[in-house]
Design a protein around this ligand. Structure first.
Ligand code: FES
Ligand SMILES: [Fe+2]
Length: 447
């Protein structure tokens, strides 16, 4: 249980709020690069700020204020130039640093362009990595954008999957350090959604949480499992400050504002070694629906969707003055405590270096994170072994991660792995889950 004040500390992300300022010290994935294949300008809201993300005619990305500093026109209706974005009202043009570089009428009257030189639009740096566009909204010098090892894994098919979730980011991130929910939100609920009353999977017997540089590792042991089970020996990573790393995929919960979160999944499916060498030309990105239009209820058929249901169900900003924490919440308590420490350190010492930032370029190659399937991802498996692999095999049958995978992404994936995805048409909005998902759940794959 937390006081209202402490709850606000964790959940408020706007500029000037302690957590807002803290999260601004990290790079965040905000869109898919492939979104800019057929458009140049995208309005979005991140950390409570209304912004416009664009790709100019030279291929450079920019992220600027939604409002033009001249007379507040909407920059999402601006047009891109060779350098930067031009406002469609009076043609003022800004480069990616936000500097105004053209003020057509003003410059005609004042060739020295004194006013232009003094005009800037708020702008943030953007980088492309792993098919994602990342923004840094904090003070300079920016840390390095982490080069996680999985991003560089060869012979994989990656996809970036987004959804806008109408609740606060912190309850989404608490789910990244909540092993017991697997059993009920994914395993057993899926059984029930399929119309079966059981059997339920063996319950958790013990949990362990350990802090390391880039977050926490959580470990779990369930009934019937031996202590050499990889979920107990290696576990999974609660990635600081707002991510989750499961060996073959990442999840990030990026605050849109205090009441909305951008869920980002980045999933890498290793192709069978028979398909090597496989080089992915373009990492696709797509947005999945979260509500069934027929019933107005949340979609429950896929793993991430099941998570979304429980997150939004906690309330837009969950009321932590009313919770009753148990032993299963030990990791959540550790994570909150760590955030409070960080916020306090930043408050008392503005030069405090936030946890896990990478600044040394030498250290920013293939950055290691513990993974239950690292060898398999790095070195691959023949088709038969891949199909039998408890964590990776189910992906050969279906994309059970999130509802709504577009046909062209599935087709590209089938081509990559050299086989049809048999359960691909299983997507049912009205609950129920695929065989692949059920199998994944049974094997403890699901997130
Ligand atoms: S409002 Fe943008 S140029 Fe005038
Ligand atoms: Fe989950």
């Amino acid at each position: 249980m937390l006081s209202e004040e402490k709850n606000r500390l964790l959940t408020e992300v706007g500029p000037g709020k302690p957590m807002g300022d803290y999260l601004r010290r990290y790079w965040h994935p905000i869109a898919g690069a492939s979104e800019f294949d057929d458009k140049a300008v995208k309005p979005l809201r991140i950390l409570g700020e209304d912004l416009v993300l664009y790709k100019d005619l030279s291929g450079n990305y920019g992220l600027v204020d939604r409002r033009c500093p001249h007379r507040n026109a909407d920059m999402s209706y601006g047009y891109v130039e060779k350098c930067g974005l031009r406002c469609s009202y009076h043609g003022w043009q800004y480069d990616t640093s936000g500097q105004c570089i053209h003020q057509p009428f003003e410059e005609t009257l004042d060739p020295d362009a004194r006013m232009r030189k003094n005009t800037k639009i708020k702008a943030y740096p953007v980088q492309e990595k792993a098919g994602l566009l990342w923004a840094y909204m904090g003070p300079q010098p920016a840390p390095l954008l982490p080069d996680w090892e999985l991003f560089n894994c060869k012979n994989g098919f990656a996809q970036a999957v987004f959804a806008e979730i109408p609740c606060n980011w912190f309850q989404c991130q608490e789910n990244s350090i909540d092993p017991v929910h697997f059993e009920w939100t994914h395993n057993n609920w899926t059984t029930r959604l399929q119309g079966d009353e059981g059997p339920y999977v063996p319950t958790h017997l013990k949990l362990a949480f350990e802090e390391f540089e880039h977050g926490f590792v959580y470990k779990r042991l369930r009934g019937g499992e031996r202590e050499d089970n990889v979920m107990w020996t290696t576990g999974r990573v609660t990635l600081w400050p707002n991510g989750f790393f499961l060996g073959h995929h990442f999840e990030w919960r990026v605050p849109i504002d205090d009441h909305h979160t951008l869920s980002v999944l980045w999933v890498l499916s290793r192709v069978p070694t028979e398909q090597e060498p496989y080089v992915q030309e373009r990492i696709p990105s797509w947005y999945g629906p979260i509500k069934d239009p027929a019933t107005g209820r949340w979609i429950t058929s896929h793993v991430a969707n099941q998570d979304f249901v429980v997150w939004v169900g906690q309330g837009t900003v969950t009321d932590r003055t009313r919770e009753k924490l148990g032993q299963s919440d030990k990791g959540i308590v550790m994570m909150r405590r760590r955030f409070f420490e960080e916020l306090e350190s930043m408050q008392s010492d503005p030069s405090h270096e936030p946890k896990g930032l990478i600044r040394d370029p030498e250290k920013n190659h293939d950055v290691f994170l513990p993974s239950a399937c690292r060898d398999e991802m790095l070195h691959g498996l023949p088709r038969r072994e891949l199909a039998a692999h408890p964590l990776l095999g189910p992906y050969l049958k279906d994309f059970f991660g999130q509802a709504g995978q577009p046909d062209d992404v599935r087709a590209a994936y089938e081509q990559a792995i050299g086989q049809k995805v048999e359960g691909a048409s299983f997507f049912k909005v009205h609950g129920g889950a695929s065989d692949a998902e059920a199998e994944a759940e049974a094997q403890g794959t699901a997130s």
